[in-house]
Design a protein around this ligand. Sequence first.
Ligand code: LLP
Length: 436
Amino acid sequence: MQDFLIHPNLNINDKGHLTVSGQDCADLAAQYGTPLYLLDEQLVRANCRAYVQTVKECFPEGSMPLLASKALSFTGIYKIAASEGMGTDLVSSGELFTAKKAGFPLEKAFFHGNNKTDFDIAFAMDCGVGYFIVDNCHELNAVNREAESRGIKQKILLRLTPGIDPHTHKAITTGTVDSKFGSVIENGQAEVIALQALAMNGIDLRGFHCHVGSQVFDIDPFVQAGEIMLRFIKEMQTKHGYVTEFCNLGGGFGARYLPCHPTPDYAAYIRAMAAEIKKICDALMMPCPKILLEPGRSIVAAAGTTLYTAGSVKHTPNGKTYVSVDGGMPDNPRYALYEAPYTVVNASRADKATDCLCSVVGRCCESGDILQENLRMASAERGDIIAVLTTGAYNYSMASNYNRLPRPALVILNGNENRIGVRRETFEDLVACDAD
Ligand code: LLP
């Protein structure tokens, strides 16, 4: 058994090739070219269902998981999420436009972002976005102004900062008091902004939001943040008679990138979290508000695989081996940004011993263009298909055209069928916005 088979949809066929959802990676590479993003629709749907059903079973009616668009945004993912009954969280007008284009029911959309421009605010109201998640008092004033000028009351949640550190990578920790996001609960700023919102003609305050961080495998930070939020909600009721409809606890459950990571059971996490939330509400003698969650990575990460073709395989005088592939930091900047771990497989020789210690590097003119350092895989030769696993979240969505590399295609696998989700960019696409 090869320990790189870290997701249930991975296997090895009788040619010794890696398969995803039963489909041969070498065949997919031959059909669509490389680099190539794969997304297993069945796995995405299974994750959506785990969230939708468990949230329904454990929290009051009206509670809902929202797909965090930032993890993966293209029209196809909104169609899948909508058909599974998910809402969505959007952080830009571009994500909003994409969701709208896909026919996503925008009354279930929550518009995030710590600096919505006047254009964003007007555009989101034009599109009929259900809820704004307002970050700070400046934004609150701007949303109120626009709503008043339209003679509407815009439904909003306020983003609060509960002051929790989930001990994940510092770049993806967001809930601490010095964060750029949200209004701080502990110094009274949150209460002030909530009272301002309640007094505004253009604002219909429906609840509060927080997000502690990302790639977290433990429910404790969520429960701690939940407790701080619920205490605040209780205080708003006792002091000001305000009854909160929604408490949004954000996203953040982790994905399995390496064989040594746990195999997450999202339904079990939600059940355990719900039991703790219920205890807190009971102790505070208040009914549980509707709960919103914003999973991104946990919905799409494991469903994604990126295929590359190996080029040069180079041995340095000090014994390092570099396997260069035909993509790199433009399609996956996560190692360069966060030293993010990934499991890498020689998909053409998946049945062979993983006895080659090497670094898999990209094709950009930059030594930081590394996909993964010092990993073990079966020795590669030029032309082998190399698979990087667990790339469904924050890969396509963070991709760039650095070195004018066209962005890869994204192919959706559904059982033994496949279809283009996003076509490969062409050279003409690269110059499409350039002036003559
Ligand atoms: N909600 C809010 C308000 C967020 O800020 C985030 C992620 C999420 C939900 C979704 O979190 P998830 O379930 O995906 O962990 N680019 C980084 C991740 C940045 C996450 C930022 N916020 C990465 O590649 O790891």
